[in-house]
Design a protein around this ligand. Structure first.
Ligand SMILES: Cc1ncc(COP(=O)(O)O)c(C=O)c1O
Length: 333
C-alpha cells in the first residue's frame, strides 16, 4: 500500500509502476472513462490532446469501453502491453456498466499474456463492499487505486497491490548495509500526512465495524425501487438503475426499451447512458425536485450514504413522483 493525496496521483503512480515492473511501455485504458487529470489519462482515443506530448500519448492505448475483443487483439498481436486499466464497475461507478463476464475474462487474458490488471477503485473502493468492487465481483487485480471513501473525504488516496510490484517503491539495504534508492521514485510532502492518515484509520474502522456499506447500498436499492414504481405509474419510458449506493436516471429514446435489464444486458450503448438525457430535461427534472425540497446530481442521479434514512427515501420518491407530474402537466414528458 502506498499513500498519495489524490486519486489522480494514485493512477499516475500505478501507470509508472506497471511499466517499471513489466519493462513494457504501453497501458490500455478505455475512452470516456475518467482516471484523473494527469497527462496519461487526459486525452481521447482520437483527436486533439492539447498540451500532452506525443510520446506520452504513444504510451497509452485507448480502446472502446468494455470491448474485450479489442483487448484480446492487442494482447495477442503486441508484446509491449504492461497493463490494462479498468474501473471494475464500468465508467463512473457503473454509469455505463461493463458486459457480463467481462472482468473474469479480462483477468484470464491479462494473466495469460503477462500483462498486469489495474483496477481504478477511486469511487468503488469501500463503496461497493468493504473490500471494494474486487471483493464484490470476486476478481483480484494486481494493482488498485483508491481514494474518496478511503479517508472519509479527507485528501488522501492510495495505491494498493501485490507486494512484489509495490516493492519497486521501497528503499533497500544492500548486503554491505548501504541504503539504495527505490527503483521507482514517489516523493511528496503530503503523502501519508498524519491528519489524513488519522482520518483514514477512523473511516476504515467504521467501515470494518459497522454495517455502513450495507446500509448505504440498501438505501439506494429502496430509492431505485420507489422511483421505478413512480415511473411505472406514470407510464413513461424512463428507468432508474445502479448496483450499489447509487441511482442513475435514464430517459429512453423513442422506440428504445429503457429497463434495468436492457441496461445490464448491454442493449443500450455507453454513450447513450452517459449522455442520453438532454441538459434541458435534466434541468426541468431538477427544478421539479427542488420545488419539493430535494436536489440530485446532474448526471442525473445521486449517491447514498449510511446516514440517509428510510424517511429520506420516502421523501425523495414522493418528490420524484411530484416532479414527474409537474413535467407531465407542462407537456415535457
Ligand atoms: C474513477 C476515478 N479515477 C480517478 C479519479 C481522480 O481522482 P481525484 O479527483 O482524487 O484526483 C476519479 C475522480 O473522480 C475517479 O472517479
Amino acid at each position: 500500500m502506498r499513500f498519495t493525496v489524490t486519486g489522480t496521483e494514485a493512477t499516475h503512480l500505478g501507470i509508472r509502476l506497471v511499466r517499471a515492473f513489466t519493462g513494457k511501455p504501453v497501458v490500455i485504458r478505455f475512452a470516456d472513462n475518467f482516471r484523473g487529470w494527469h497527462d496519461h489519462v487526459s486525452f481521447p482515443a482520437t483527436g486533439a490532446a492539447p498540451g500532452i506530448p506525443q510520446g506520452v500519448q504513444d504510451g497509452m492505448l485507448v480502446l472502446p469501453p468494455g470491448d474485450i475483443e479489442a483487448i484480446h487483439a492487442a494482447l495477442t498481436t503486441r508484446s509491449d502491453i504492461a497493463a490494462v486499466m479498468v474501473e471494475p464497475t464500468g465508467a463512473s461507478l457503473g454509469h455505463a456498466p461493463l458486459p457480463a463476464g467481462f472482468l473474469a475474462r479480462l483477468r484470464t487474458l491479462t494473466t495469460a499474456h503477462g500483462a498486469l490488471l489495474f483496477f481504478d477503485e477511486v469511487i468503488s473502493g469501500f463503496r461497493c463492499s468493504p473490500g471494494g468492487a474486487q471483493q464484490f465481483y470476486g476478481i483480484t487485480p494486481d494493482l488498485a487505486s483508491l481514494a474518496k471513501i478511503v479517508a472519509g473525504g479527507f485528501s488522501v488516496a492510495a495505491l494498493a497491490g501485490k507486494a512484489g510490484i509495490l516493492a519497486a517503491l521501497d528503499y533497500r539495504k544492500t548486503g554491505a548495509g548501504a541504503i539504495v534508492s527505490p527503483r521507482v521514485m514517489h516523493q511528496g510532502t503530503y503523502n501519508a500526512s498524519p491528519v489524513s492518515a488519522a482520518a483514514g484509520i477512523a473511516t476504515l474502522k467504521i467501515i470494518r465495524d459497522t454495517g455502513a456499506i450495507a446500509r448505504a447500498n440498501h438505501t439506494a436499492a429502496a430509492l431505485r425501487a420507489g422511483m421505478n414504481a413512480a415511473i411505472a405509474r406514470k407510464g413513461i419510458n424512463w428507468c432508474i438503475y445502479g448496483e450499489f449506493s447509487d441511482f442513475r436516471i435514464y430517459a429512453g429514446a423513442p422506440g428504445e426499451t429503457a429497463t434495468v435489464d436492457a441496461i445490464y444486458s448491454g442493449a443500450i450503448p455507453a454513450a447513450r447512458l452517459k449522455g442520453g438525457m438532454s441538459a434541458e430535461l435534466i434541468q426541468q427534472l431538477r427544478c421539479g425536485l427542488l420545488s419539493e425540497g430535494v436536489d440530485i446530481a446532474g448526471w442525473p442521479g445521486g449517491l447514498t450514504s449510511c446516514t440517509h434514512s428510510d424517511a429520506g427515501v420516502e421523501r425523495t420518491v414522493a418528490a420524484f413522483a411530484a416532479a414527474l407530474d409537474m413535467m407531465g402537466e407542462e407537456g415535457v414528458l
